[in-house]
Every structure is written in structure tokens, then in C-alpha cells.
Design a protein around this ligand. Structure first.
Ligand code: G3H
Length: 255
């Protein structure tokens, strides 16, 4: 039985706010590990939240993953006078096409009736290619848009789950295990204390860019992600966590 049936979701939200030290928390019922519709509920909560904070001509940078894909699937128009622009936060980081930030921004903009730009960069990228590609005018232009985004929308993954899904080389996976990596966001891997233990070299938004963003919106749920969420929020910049009941309850049990 869910604790929140007794406590109520608002109580749960307030306790998570205190525990993770985050300004805003939205908790939807259920466990997205078990039911796809719960991810869509988080998506709907995210779209409603965006409608509250968005301003005309806003640029929204978005990461990849199934949670962001769910947000895209329930996106609706913002009804603003001026269009919003969706950009991928980072280059492809080894995900399947439907989970790539490029694909997700294209779908989000179609559903929101906005515009989008894509970022074509291979991953992982060698240092020499990286140095060349960031000189390309078309890449520079998209990077400018990303770094000056008004809103960042991102997911959090369980570190080893993400490493596996991205077909990360064996040596690197071993390194992640040795360094006790717990969470992943933006291509960065963090340990339980929130320290960066590895960073995927790809073009796009870097962790330090988050400091200057007006709004950072984090969407992550499922009981299996509780530890990952706790880890990200140890140091992670975010104005709001949109999560589900099962993750929220597990976070409270852990602390
Ligand atoms: O960076 C975080 C991951 O992309 C989250 O992926 O939403 O499929 O769990 P997920």
C-alpha cells in the first residue's frame, strides 16, 4: 500500500522538497517502473509546469531518454503569441533513435507548434574531431542557442542502466562500477555524494552552463531511480523535480 494514500501527495511533495533541498516538487501517483502511463502523467505535469514558466520566444534545451520522449508525446501548444524554439541539450550520446534528444525536440516542436534545431555530432567523439567540429559555423550557431536557453528540460538515469543502454565500452563500465557511479544526467555520471566520476565527451550543454539558466526542470521517476535522483540532487542544479510516488517514497525511506 502506498504511504501517500495516508499522507497525501502534497505532504509527500513537501517532504521531498526538504529532503532534496529543491524549490518545487511535483509528485504524480504510481510507479513508472511498472506502468508506462505514469511516465506520461509526469509528462503532463511537466507540460503544465512549462506553461506556467514559459515566456514568448523562449528557447528550451532538452536531453534524451524515455522520460523526455514521454514528455514529447503529451506536449500541447503553448498558445503564446511568439514561437518557442526547441534545441537538443547535447549531441547524441549513444541512445536509440527514439530516445535521442534530436528526435525528441523535433516531436516536441511539432506538438507545441514551435520550431526546432538539430545538433549533428557523433558520439563518443575523439578529442581532435571535437576541436574541429566546434569550429563549424552551423554547430557554433546551435551551440549558442543551447547555451542561451531559457529553460532546460532533463531526465536522470541510473548510472549502470544508462551505461549499458548506451553500449558503453567494457573498460568504462568497470570504471563506473569502481567509482561507485549512481546517476547520470547530461552525459555526466555522478556518485552517491553527487561528485562527477565521468563525463561523456560530446558537444552541447555542460554542467556549469546550468548555473546561468532561468529554469532547470528535472523529470525522473520510478522506484529504481530513487538513489539516482538523490545523487543528482546532492549538487545538481534544478528548480523543480517532477517525479512519481514510488520514487518519492523510496527517497524518504533511504534518508
Ligand atoms: O540522462 C538520463 C537518461 O536519459 C534518462 O533516461 O528517461 O529513459 O530513464 P530514461
Amino acid at each position: 500500500q502506498f504511504m501517500s494514500e495516508i499522507m497525501g501527495l502534497t505532504v509527500l511533495e513537501n517532504r521531498i522538497k526538504e529532503t532534496l533541498q529543491v524549490e518545487n516538487v511535483i509528485v504524480v501517483p504510481g510507479n513508472s517502473d511498472d506502468a508506462e502511463w505514469v511516465k506520461q502523467e509526469m509528462g503532463k505535469a511537466c507540460v503544465s509546469y512549462l506553461k506556467k514558466i514559459i515566456s514568448p520566444n523562449a528557447t528550451i534545451a532538452v536531453t534524451g531518454g524515455t522520460t523526455m520522449a514521454s514528455v514529447a508525446s503529451v506536449m500541447t501548444p503553448f498558445e503564446l503569441e511568439n514561437n518557442c524554439l526547441f534545441v537538443p541539450a547535447r549531441g547524441g550520446i549513444g541512445e536509440k533513435m527514439e530516445n535521442q534528444a534530436n528526435t525528441i525536440v523535433a516531436q516536441m516542436s511539432r506538438k507545441a507548434q514551435g520550431d526546432y534545431r538539430l545538433l549533428y555530432v557523433p558520439d563518443p567523439i575523439s578529442d581532435s574531431s571535437y576541436q574541429n567540429i566546434i569550429q563549424e559555423p552551423s554547430i557554433i550557431e546551435v551551440l549558442q542557442l543551447i547555451k542561451n536557453a531559457d529553460i532546460v528540460l532533463h531526465g536522470i538515469g541510473d548510472a549502470l542502466t544508462m551505461a549499458e543502454r548506451r553500449k558503453t565500452p567494457h573498460e568504462l563500465r568497470e570504471k563506473l562500477v569502481e567509482e561507485n557511479a549512481v546517476s547520470e544526467a547530461f552525459g555526466y555520471y555522478f556518485d552517491q555524494q553527487g561528485n562527477v566520476v565521468h563525463k561523456v565527451r560530446t558537444v552541447g550543454l555542460q554542467l556549469e552552463d546550468l548555473e546561468s539558466m532561468k529554469h532547470v526542470v528535472t523529470v525522473a521517476g520510478g522506484k529504481s531511480k530513487a538513489k539516482a535522483i538523490e545523487s543528482y540532487f546532492k549538487h545538481g542544479t534544478s528548480n523543480v523535480l517532477i517525479t512519481d510516488e514510488a520514487a518519492a517514497e523510496q527517497i524518504l525511506r533511504d534518508t
